[in-house]
Write a protein that binds this ligand. Sequence first.
Ligand code: SAM
Length: 225
Amino acid sequence: MKRIVIIESIPGPVASIYEKATRMVIGSYYSQVAEEVVSNLKAGTILDLGTGPGYLPIEIVKRSLYIRVDGIDLGSRLIKMAKENALKAGVADRLKFETGNAARLGFENGSYDMVISTGMLHMVRDPIQVLRECYDVLKPGGEAWIYDPAQVSAQIDKRKWKASFTFGEKIIYGLFILYAKINPPHIYSRKQVTEMIAATNFKEYQIEEAGKEIKVKLKKQKSLC
Ligand SMILES: C[S@@+](CC[C@H](N)C(=O)[O-])C[C@H]1O[C@@H](n2cnc3c(N)ncnc32)[C@H](O)[C@@H]1O
């Protein structure tokens, strides 16, 4: 089914429901992705696109004192949550969260050792532009790891999650389910992602399918001459 409307950002009222779900998979999903990231990069700066409530950056910096992560998201409510979560976890000094659009980053070219993103690609209006931005902000030899969709809903205990909803959240959840039925999220296939990459300057890449999740690893060439 074709998407009728594209809502890129998680709307403010849905943010608290989403945050409750992500909190339930810190140990099973974000910790595991953080381990993978830290095994690739021991020290440096990472940019997390569509950071949501910030649990992935938090798990990463907990695992290495030599890594700093900047996280951006279109949703200001989520960015506020990410800042609060970083303070609660005691790692706010190595994290920076800001509202921003992954398709218009505005950072200096070659600023980051790595770009990561979980669960954002299927939500963005212009995924090719996002991949081009990843290329620009990476240092030569840097890698962008784009995982999509994030394995959040597949891993949570849905009964426990729904039982935590307030009355208002139950109504919002009902509306959200209705919206998703009329306008289902578009999950990209390997072929579609390959075509997107071909429209960028990335020459080296790897695409892995793990269940419903697609893991795209892109590398910027070391020498650009
Ligand atoms: C499904 S959530 C995933 C959040 C987080 N990465 C995680 O794994 O929990 C997707 C996030 O991408 C954000 N987003 C969507 N389009 C964006 C864009 N163009 N620029 C920045 N953030 C975007 C949404 O606001 C939302 O928080």
